[in-house]
Design a protein around this ligand. Structure first.
Ligand code: PEP
Ligand code: CO
Length: 446
C-alpha cells in the first residue's frame, strides 16, 4: 500500500463530496480550522479504545446513539441536556441488564454531514442540489440555501465545541451523579408506560450504592461522574482532515474532531478516499455494514483499516434490516472469525428498517427495530461471537417519527411532532423501552 499522509485521500475518488464554488474561501476556512484547538484529546481517544476493546471481549457494552443529523438550531441547552438524559437512562438500564460497564457514545458534537442517495432534489419542477447536512449547505429550498458554503464547516466546528463544552461541564458537575438519578430525570417520564420498571431499576441501583457506602464507609466518588464520548460519520473529509494532527509524545495522526468516527455504507469503497483517510488515523473506527457487504470486501477493509489488529480499533456496526439478518450476517461473522480478528460487533437496527408512509413520511417500525436486534443476538449466539453494543437514532424529546412502541404510535400520529432533519428517530419513551427490552434479553442470556 502507498504511503499515508493526512492528505493522501485527495488522490482517491471521494463519494458524497461537494464542489465549493469559491476555492479561495474554502482554503481560508480549512486553514483556520487547522489552527484552532482540537475538540477532543488523544487521552480520551485512547481511553475509549481501551473500553471498546473490553466490549469486544464481552466485558463491557456499547450504547451509541443520537440524532441522524444534528442541526445547528438544536445546539440549545435543553436539547443537549435531553440527549444526555436519555443516554444516561438507557445506559443505567443496560448496566442493570448486562451487569457490565456501559460505554456511552453520542452521535453528537459533529454529526452534521449526511450521505444522500441522490445528488439533487426536485420540487414543483425545480431541481436543486440535495441537502447534505448543516455543515455543507442549508435545508431551505433555494439555490442559495443549497449551494455549499465552506463557512458552515467553521460554524459546525464551533457548534460542536459549544455542545462538548456543555456536555463536559454537566458530566463533571454532578449532572450524571448516580446517587442522584433525579438530576437526569425527564419530566414526562412519569406518564410513560415504562416509568415504573425504570424507577424500580434506578431504586435498586441507588440502594446498592448506599448499601456499599454504608458497610465500607467509603463514598463512591467515581459514581459521581460518568464519561460521555462523541462520534459521527467521517464523511466531510475536508472537515475531518482539518482536525487531523500529531500530538506530543504519541506516535501517528489523530483526528481530534471526535472520539470515534465511522465509515458509512455509501463511502466504504476499498480504493475510495474515505477508507484511505481513515486507515491512517489513530481513533477507534466504526464501519457500517449492510446487506451489500461481502465477506471478501469486509476482509479487505479490515486488512486496510486495521493491519496491526489493535484491540478496540474496529467496531463493526451491522444494519441489515429485520428479516435479513439470518441470511446476510453469518457469512460476514464467519469470515471475521476465520481471519482470527475480534472486532466489536454492534447492531444498528435503524438503517435497514426505514420506510415511507403513503403521506410521505419516512418512518421506522418499533417492531422491526426490535426484531432486528433479536435476530442479531441470535446469530451471534449461534456463532459464538458477542453482540457487544447497540446503535440507535434517537432523541430525548417527545417527537413522533417512528411508529409503534408501548404508546402505540400510528402513522397518522407522525405529523404531530415530526422534526428530524433526515432519518426518523426513536422518541424518549421508545428509546427507553428498547433499552429495557434489550436489558431483559441480556439478563435472560447471561
Ligand atoms: C447513518 O448512520 O445515519 C447512516 C447514513 O447510516 P448508513 O451509512 O448505515 O446508511
Ligand atoms: Co440516519
Amino acid at each position: 500500500m502507498s504511503e499515508w499522509t493526512p492528505d493522501s485521500w485527495l488522490a482517491r475518488a471521494a463519494q458524497q463530496q461537494v464542489q465549493y464554488p469559491d476555492p479561495a474561501a474554502l482554503d481560508r476556512v480549512v486553514a483556520e480550522m487547522r489552527r484552532l484547538p482540537p475538540l477532543v484529546t488523544s487521552w480520551e481517544v485512547e481511553s475509549l479504545r481501551d473500553q471498546l476493546a473490553r466490549a469486544a471481549r464481552g466485558e463491557a457494552f456499547l450504547l451509541q446513539g443520537g440524532d441522524c443529523a444534528e442541526s445547528f438550531d438544536d445546539c440549545r441547552p435543553d436539547a443537549i441536556a435531553a440527549k444526555l438524559k436519555i443516554l444516561m437512562q438507557m445506559s443505567l438500564v443496560l448496566v442493570h441488564g448486562t451487569r457490565r460497564p456501559v460505554i456511552r457514545v453520542g452521535r453528537l458534537a459533529g454529526q452534521y454531514a449526511k450521505p444522500r442517495s441522490t445528488d439533487t432534489e426536485t420540487k414543483g419542477g425545480v431541481t436543486l442540489p440535495s441537502y447534505r447536512g448543516d455543515i455543507v449547505n442549508r435545508e431551505g429550498f433555494t439555490e442559495e440555501d443549497r449551494t455549499p458554503d465552506p463557512v458552515l464547516m467553521l460554524r459546525g466546528y464551533e457548534r460542536a465545541a459549544l455542545t462538548l463544552n456543555f456536555v463536559r461541564a454537566l458530566a463533571d458537575g454532578g449532572f450524571a451523579d448516580l446517587h442522584h438519578p433525579e438530576y437526569w430525570d425527564i419530566s414526562f417520564a412519569d406518564g410513560a408506560r415504562h416509568a415504573a420498571e425504570y424507577r424500580h431499576i434506578v431504586d435498586q441501583i441507588r440502594d446498592s450504592i448506599s448499601f456499599v457506602s454504608a458497610i465500607t464507609g467509603v463514598d463512591s466518588a467515581p459514581l459521581r461522574r460518568v464519561d460521555f464520548f462523541t462520534s459521527h460519520e467521517g464523511l466531510a473529509l475536508l472537515y475531518e482532515a482539518a482536525q487531523t494532527r500529531t500530538v506530543p509524545r504519541r506516535a501517528g495522526h489523530y483526528n481530534l474532531s471526535t472520539h470515534m468516527p465511522w465509515i458509512g455504507m455509501r463511502t466504504a469503497q476499498l480504493d475510495g478516499a474515505h477508507v484511505e483517510f481513515h486507515r491512517g488515523i489513530r481513533t477507534p473506527l466504526g464501519i457500517k455494514i449492510g446487506p451489500a457487504m461481502t465477506p471478501e470486501w469486509l476482509r479487505d477493509l479490515l486488512d486496510a483499516l486495521d493491519p496491526d489488529r489493535e484491540p478496540g480499533r474496529i467496531t463493526l456496526i451491522h444494519r441489515m434490516g429485520a428479516g435479513k439478518v439470518a441470511r446476510h450476517l453469518p457469512p460476514l461473522v464467519q469470515a471475521v472469525i476465520a481471519s482470527g480478528r475480534r472486532p466489536l460487533w454492534v447492531c444498528d437496527p435503524m438503517h435497514g428498517n426505514t420506510e415511507s408512509t403513503p403521506q410521505g413520511y419516512k418512518t421506522r417500525r418499533f417492531d422491526k427495530i426490535l426484531a432486528e436486534l433479536e435476530e442479531s443476538f441470535a446469530v451471534h449466539g449461534e456463532l459464538g461471537t458477542v453482540l457487544g453494543g447497540v446503535h440507535f437514532e434517537m432523541t430525548g424529546e417527545d417527537v413522533t417519527e417512528c411508529v409503534g412502541g408501548a404508546r402505540g404510535l400510528v402513522e397518522s400520529d407522525l405529523e404531530r411532532a415530526y422534526r428530524t432533519r433526515v432519518d426518523p428517530r426513536l422518541n424518549y419513551e421508545q428509546a427507553l423501552e428498547l433499552a429495557l427490552l434489550v436489558a431483559r434479553h441480556l439478563r435472560r442470556g447471561s
